[in-house]
Design a protein. Sequence first.
Length: 380
Amino acid sequence: MPYVRQTSHIDRVRDLIAGRIVNPGADTARLASSYRRSLDDYRLDPASTTGPRILTGAELRAIQQSEENFLRSTGQCLPRLHAMVREAGYCVILANARGVTIDYMVDTDQRKDFKKAGLYPGSCWSEEEEGTCGIASVLLDQEAITVHKTDHFRAAFTGLTCSAAPIFSPHGDLIGVLDASALNSPDARDSQRLVKQLVRQGATLIEDGFFLKSYGHCCILLAHRNRHFVEVQPEMLLAIDEHGDIVAANRCARDVIGGLDALPRPVAEVLEVRAERLFDARTGHSLLSLRLAGGSTWLHARVRAPLRQASARARVKNAPPVTQDAPACTPPELAERTRIVNAMNAAKWRPLQAAAMLGVSRATLYRRLKQLHIVPPHRQ
C-alpha cells in the first residue's frame, strides 16, 4: 500500500538523481547512486506498491541452518536492542549477507502490521529486488545508514524508517546486517540519530560475540583503554594461539593497535609482554596492564582461557590423540610420544608448562609435537 502519491515519489527519485533536492542530507550521494542502479541496472519501478519477496518456510529454515553459528553468536543483542526502541514502535531485524531476514524481534500486538509491511522472517531486502532500503544500502556500501521514509526507492516503503549497520567477521568479511525499522516516525531525519547509534552498537556486540565463538579454541585477550571497563564491556579482542601468535583481532583492536593488518604476529611484536605471561594469567582473574610495543599507550586487559567442548576434554583424559595418516612409531618413539602427551594432558595442553615438565625448551617441544604427529584435541 503506498504511503505517498506515486507520481510525487517518482518525481522525488528523479530530482534526487539530478541533484535538484533542496538541503540534501549527508547520505544523498549514496541514495542517488542506489536510485540509479535501481532504475538502470535492475529496471525496478519506483511506483510499485507490492511488498518484498518472502521465502517459504522450508527455504527460510535451510538458510537459518546454514547461518546457525551466526545466529547463536547474537546472544541477547536483538532482545536488548528491541527493549530500547520498542516503545517508539520499532521492530529489530537481523539479515544475512544476502539481505534475507533470518531473525527479528517485534511486539506481539504489532506483528501483523509489520508483516504486512514486509518486516518478517524470510523477507528479502537486496537492492536488486527492492531497490534503495536500509539493509540493501549496508550490503553494498558496508556502512551504517538511515533510510528515512521517502528515501526508499519503492513507493511501498515510503512510510518506513530503517536504520541499519553492518556486521563483520573477524577477517573483515560482511556477514550480516542489523536493522531497526518503524512503521511510523517523525518526518525529521534528525529524529533517527539515536536509533542509528543504538543499532551500530548492537552490530558491534554481535560482531564480538561471533569473534569469541569463532576463536573459542584460542586464548582471548579482552582489553580496554580504561581499566574500569575491562570487566563490564571490553572494546578490544585479540585471539592468541598456543604458539603465542595473535591470529585475529576485532575491529576496535585493529583501529587502535598498529600492525594487526597482517596476521598472525607474535604477541611480543605488538605488546610489551611475553606470551607466557598471558598463558600463566589466563587461569586467574587479575587485571593486566600492557603497553603497546614501541609506544606509550597502555591497555588494561584480562585473559580468557581457551574453551573446549566436552568431547575434546574427554579425549584429553584418554589415550594420546593421533592424527590422521600418522606413520607407525618405533618403540622409542612411541614411548616418547606417550611421555609428551601425558605431560601435555597434565599441563592442560599449555606448551610452556608442558615443556618445563619435560625439561626441554618450548621450541624443542613444538618440533617433537610436529615430528610425532601429536595434535591438540581442539584441532582434531
